[in-house]
Design a protein around this ligand. Structure first.
Ligand code: EPZ
Length: 417
């Protein structure tokens, strides 16, 4: 167990290179199961969730070779092995094994996913999709068992807009007989990334990135090479940290379009934001206006950026209201921020944040983005050292965070807890 130690108060200055997207990587890795020849993924982030997924693919009989940010997965010898326990319990995105194994083998037995459990995260829409495609889903001693003699295309309306369900249905439907239509699909950039990989593997998917996705099933999929999109949540976290420390940072290798909601909110507060082709420069200002933020599905302000944004809102001169319409209670960072002197109260699905200085404290990350929020908060504190326990949560989603922050001039280091 490790903790992050932060002596804040220094404006971040310089440039930071953003890695490939975690939430794409953890879907693209299992998507490779569907191929019958090697899949090469470039721009893979160095994250614990990615390492765990790579181990899972090897447990299934795949051969995995790493070379820097590139991974080659040869899925040809993979077998349909039940995965009730073990590594699947370590990450939420193990649910993508369900769609991928169902598509390749016609069956999957997967332990209920673990990961960042900031609140109950049901998978009923995934199951609804598999059943619509003709699969029989049952509970097998706490694992989800899914079996289909033959997957048949279907029209599936998602009752809630779900990233995971949209991707999982795309994975299985790529190998179904006939056409599938997903209505009320999620539109996140990671969905387009997965559809792009699957199409390069020979799938026939149209409409990814819109609310209607059409999939014409094919008999077989083959290997290909694909480069993962930049991680918009890591990028947004550095944007927010740069603003919070009144710094001047170039956030490089990003797709600025994916960050429009954050850019707009930062500008509304008074942060200077300059968009370039593949980079964004943030120039912090001494005073910020309080604003209201609503976390929504894409292209709205992402729920994953909500927690770091809460920390930035403590740096305004008024009262801001941040409401999360995706998760009703994703507020595990708030008691910890309160320990640091923040004046925040939660009302229903809103956090009401009164601006004011923060102080150093001993705090704990309860999940990945709660951890990112504490890092942003700690970077603003001019005196003392903030100790952030639970660094392993932060490692799930931030590639080389300590190195990157140090390059930007921050005083950050790791210690064993
Ligand atoms: C993805 O989770 C991301 N994870 C999450 O990132 C992110 O917070 C979330 O999308 C929302 O953007 C990955 O991509 C691996 P959802 P996912 O299904 O797909 C409800 C991070 O910090 N719902 O889009 O699991 C659900 O409870 C993380 O990087 C159902 O009711 O989220 C939520 O309120 C954590 N039934 C909403 O829909 C379902 O079957 C959106 O969830 C599925 C979801």
């Amino acid at each position: 167990m490790e903790k992050l130690m932060v002596r804040g108060g220094r404006p971040l200055r310089g440039s930071v290179q953003i890695s490939g997207a975690k939430n794409s990587a953890v879907a693209l890795l299992p998507a490779s199961i569907l191929a019958e020849s090697p899949v090469t993924l470039d721009n893979l982030p160095h994250l614990s969730d990615v390492a765990v997924y790579s181990d899972i693919l090897q447990e299934l009989g795949g051969s995995v070779t790493w070379n820097g940010e590139t991974i080659v997965i040869d899925p040809s010898d993979m077998k349909s092995i039940p995965m009730p326990n073990g590594k699947v319990k370590l990450l939420r995105a193990s649910y993508y094994l369900m769609g991928a194994m169902l598509g390749r083998f016609g069956e999957a037995t997967i332990g209920l996913p673990g990961g960042c459990n900031f609140e109950p995260r049901p998978i009923d829409q995934h199951i609804k999709g598999f059943e619509a495609l003709g699969a029989v889903v049952s509970n097998d001693h706490g694992s989800v068992r899914i079996v289909a003699k033959e997957l048949r295309g279907a029209k599936i309306y998602l009752d809630v807009v779900s990233v995971g369900a949209t991707i999982n249905i795309m994975l299985a439907a790529s190998k179904a007989k006939g056409s599938t239509v997903i209505e009320n699909a999620a539109k996140e950039p990671e969905i387009i990334d997965v559809a792009t990989l699957l199409n390069s593997m020979g799938a026939k998917i149209k409409g990814a990135g819109t609310e209607t996705i059409r999939i014409e099933g094919v008999d077989s999929l083959h290997g290909c090479r694909h480069s993962i999109i930049p991680d918009r949540i890591q990028a947004a976290t550095y944007m927010i940290a740069a603003a919070a420390t009144r710094g001047d940072v170039l956030i490089d290798s990003v797709i600025p379009k994916h960050l429009e909601a954050v850019t707009a909110k930062l500008q509304e507060m008074g942060v200077h934001v300059y968009e370039m082709d593949e980079a964004i420069r943030i120039v912090g200002q001494p005073l910020y206006e309080a604003i209201d933020v609503k976390a929504l599905v894409y292209p709205g302000f992402a729920t994953d950026m909500q927690s770091p944004m809460t920390s930035l809102l403590t740096q305004t001169n008024g009262v801001s209201i941040l409401t999360d319409y995706v998760y009703s209670n994703r507020f595990k960072h708030i008691p910890e921020l309160t320990r640091m002197g923040a004046r925040i109260r939660v009302e229903g699905r809103s956090a009401i944040v009164e601006g004011g200085p923060l102080t150093a404290a001993k705090v704990r990350a309860a999940d990945l983005r709660a951890g990112a929020a504490l890092v942003v908060a700690a970077l603003t504190v001019p005196e003392g050292v903030t100790e952030i326990g639970g660094a392993e949560y932060i490692d799930r989603g931030y590639d080389h965070l300590v190195d990157n922050l140090r390059l930007l001039g921050a005083e950050v280091w790791r210690e064993t807890e």
